[in-house]
Design a protein around this ligand. Structure first.
Ligand code: SAM
Length: 394
């Protein structure tokens, strides 16, 4: 979809975007004319006070730019409670660490259901880089939860710095990590940078890749068993192993669970996917122009789940399972949620709940595009992945 057909922002929003655009342009001038695409994405999403996630745009839900599974209702979070409750019961003084808490919808539904099942974690921690989202999460949870449950909530400024036990959970966070874009020119690896043209507009340019990016691309080719073709352009996250080690390395007894949209490596780097997987979201329209109104749109890339399993195992975890979101939900209490939904007397409410379940599970909606991957250390998480195993595709 071309950018000019997207809905017009308000004058205020336009001004905000212009400020962020100028901020990024200054960074480009400061860096002698070019910044990596990953740096561009980082600034567009997380520049303090200006980036898409750092500033006050609505983002989530019907009136925002996209809808995530927890935004649809409580079913997704309730199934995550069911999946992780054996771990929460088994380990002592468990912490549930949610990365990227968004609007707080997941935490609210998770804690309400965990309370009902008697598996409240001792501490519910949220690691949220956006100060604006953190404030919104705090306000929402303070208003929605009983004081004794809210008292278990903490907001962390960085990954835990001491050993801990429990569950690390991230829904749609991996796709929001600033991604490196690369291209193959005459057999050599180039990295995509963002520069400015003569009129001062953003311009994508390719520069010879540094050792980290070159090594990461060569590693992908080695694992695929063949070099990527001439002109092939895509994404990868060279920092992923370090990131997973940073957020989960001190989890000594427990599990990690990632849910996101993505593919196993062989499908991620299919020959026909030769311009990568970058997707921008603006008012429920998906398009491919990362330079469109910086700060007013989300920029994401699909997840290479084979890279995630490698990073998790490298960080010392056992791989626990990989399946579609629909299989994951079915294995973790969805049949009970369906029965509850069907028993709702109010017709509107019943319709809404069944619609939520359809959106979460239908293959053409979020059921297959999203996948769940789990890791464990000294606990058994295999029951959470008892259905629809896809790990042979990794
Ligand atoms: C697409 S939103 C998903 C929000 C929420 N998990 C949901 O499903 O509705 C991405 C979230 O990840 C957060 N995020 C981005 N980078 C992160 C990081 N390095 N660590 C933790 N959270 C991060 C963003 O600020 C935002 O809250």
């Amino acid at each position: 979809m071309s950018a000019f057909r997207l809905p017009e922002p308000s004058a205020d929003a336009r001004q905000h975007s212009a400020r962020l655009e100028e901020f990024i342009k200054q960074a480009i001038r400061h860096e002698r004319g070019a910044i990596s695409f990953a740096r561009f994405m980082e600034l567009a999403l997380y520049a303090p006070g200006l980036g898409y996630y750092s500033a006050g745009a609505l983002k989530f839900g019907e009136a925002g730019d996209f809808i995530t599974s927890p935004e649809l209702g409580s079913v997704f979070a309730e199934c995550v409670v069911e999946a992780t409750s054996p771990v929460l019961r088994e380990v002592s003084a468990p912490m549930f660490l949610e990365l990227g808490g968004g609007s707080g919808a997941f935490a609210e539904a998770f804690l309400a259901h965990a309370d009902r099942l008697g598996v409240l974690p001792q501490c519910y921690a949220i690691l949220e880089p956006s100060a604006d989202l953190r404030q919104r999460q705090q306000a929402r949870l303070r208003a929605a939860l009983p004081p004794a449950v809210f008292a278990r909530c903490r907001w962390l400024d960085g990954p835990p710095s001491e050993e801990w036990s429990g569950v690390l959970f991230a829904n749609e966070v991996l796709d929001a990590l600033p991604t490196t874009r690369f291209v193959i020119h005459e057999g050599e690896v180039f990295e995509e940078f963002v520069s400015l043209d003569a009129e001062g507009n953003f311009l994508r340019v390719d520069q010879p890749a540094d050792a980290l990016v070159r090594g990461a691309v060569r590693n992908v080719e080695r694992r695929l068993g063949a070099p990527l073709p001439e002109g092939y352009r895509s994404e990868l996250l060279p920092q992923l192993p370090y990131w997973i080690q940073a957020v989960g390395g001190l989890l000594k007894h427990g599990a990690m669970l990632f849910v996101d949209y993505g593919y196993p490596r062989r499908e991620f780097y299919l020959p026909e996917r030769n311009d990568g997987t970058l997707v921008c979201h603006y008012r429920h329209r998906a398009h491919g122009d990362p330079f469109f109104l910086p700060g007013l749109q989300d920029i994401t890339a699909f997840v290479d789940f084979t890279a995630v399993v490698e990073a998790g195992v490298h960080a010392g975890f056992d791989f626990a399972g990989y399946c579609s979101q629909s299989s994951f939900l079915i294995a973790n209490g969805l049949p009970a949620r369906i029965a509850e939904a069907e028993a709702i007397v109010d017709e509107r409410e019943r319709h809404q709940r069944l619609n939520e379940i359809r959106k979460l599970t239908l293959p053409g909606e979020m059921g297959e595009r999203f996948q769940a991957m789990g890791f464990s250390r000294d606990v058994d998480l295999s029951a959470a992945f008892a259905f629809g195993d896809l790990s042979r595709r990794l």
